[in-house]
Design a protein around this ligand. Sequence first.
Ligand SMILES: Cc1cc2nc3c(=O)[nH]c(=O)nc-3n(C[C@H](O)[C@H](O)[C@H](O)COP(=O)(O)O)c2cc1C
Length: 436
Amino acid sequence: MYFREHMNKLDKEGSLIKVKKEVGVDIEAAAVLKAVEPSPLLFEKVKDYPNFRVAGNIFCTKQSIADYFGIPTSGLIPKLTEAIDNRNPPEEISDAPCKEIVMEGVDLNKLPILKHNERDGGRYISSAVVVTKDPELGQNLDFHRAMQFEATKMSTRIIKGRDFYKFLERAGELEAAWCVGNTPNVLVAAATSVKTGINELEIANALSKTQVTRATSVDLLIPAGSEVVLEGRVYMKDRSTEGPFIDLTETYDIEREEPIFEVKKITHRKDPVWQALLPGALEHKVLMGMPREPTIFKSVNEAGVKCLDVNVNPGGSSWLHAIVRIDKQNEEDGKTAIHAAFAGHRSCKHVFVVDKDIDIYNSLDVEWSMATRFQAERDLVDIGKEPGSSLDPSAEPGTKITNKIGFDLTAPLVTKGKSFARAEFPKVDLKKYIDE
Ligand SMILES: Cc1cc2nc3c(=O)[nH]c(=O)nc-3n(C[C@H](O)[C@H](O)[C@H](O)COP(=O)(O)O)c2cc1C
């Protein structure tokens, strides 16, 4: 199912907020989206853009992504692991929705690109899946925010180490397509960090059937159901100021000189819907953090500890914290899991390992296990200083050196004093006592 069809389904189910009042793309739309987060919302009338509708908050929660795949949230880690391991080339079609309309000339001012906040450097595309290709390594999918600074040009943030960065370093300049308006098969696949050379569209297709089509002016296969596609070239040495912009940690990222994306062609579906994605907000977080959970899960299990679940939670900016639930069999399991979790997600700063009776989606429960089961001298693992995340404002500027710490919040297997088990009250049938 494509983005639009999924949105229509949400509408039929009654879970889509529809705003009929005209809204502006300059701050106003973002402010409304933030106010209703995590509810999905569609702006039906967009000031200055009568041909477009704007939708946002469509995939703000793991539940919304699990619902798209028709599975429980507990099935997301196995589903993503399976898709990464058993990739599957997508079907190529020629008559694709994303090419229904080819815009005449290129003028980015004709797209309802949002400015999200007063201090932002400009109007930003934040939801696009970026398709690029290296002549030898093949296609890659990434996310790269892009700030408009001219009618045909944007500056785009490409972090060193990303596959796109590696491709650009080799080629100097590359064809690229920014694809806006996609579903979680494509979005989540693009957010995974897999071995360079793996085409994430094959992961997307393994997650759920994905069709691709050849772009109109660049030699790239793009998600066929995208609402809007911006085709063009990115230049490594040709740079322009990018930023400030709100990052995953909800703090402002700095201005930098970043590569220019020159847009040469724009295509879109009939009656296009522009997908907005609020920077630093829940949708950004869930897409960043969720694809790291399978890698941590795998790493902990491979270290010989029975890992039951992992939550890279929004409280930790969906990047800097990992909560790992284990079935503890040996006294050392908590500490072993801490080291393995850091190996599974190098940007993580704090790892919390809990027993199987703890609900890792309830921060009060996790805190309870820290309050009742943790002794710093025995259970704190100080990894010391290591490279962490460039997104963390407390990491050393420039080097991203950070102090990584693990918290073993599991109870000792042998209880010497009070029991660590939570006392349960008897269950009753409330209907017997309280009239509905
Ligand atoms: C919503 C969203 C926005 C992102 N924005 C950027 C960005 O602007 N620049 C960047 O380099 N990475 C950004 N990322 C991260 C990467 O694109 C993403 O982690 C990707 O998996 C890296 O893939 P690679 O390992 O194939 O290079 C973003 C991720 C998400 C989910």
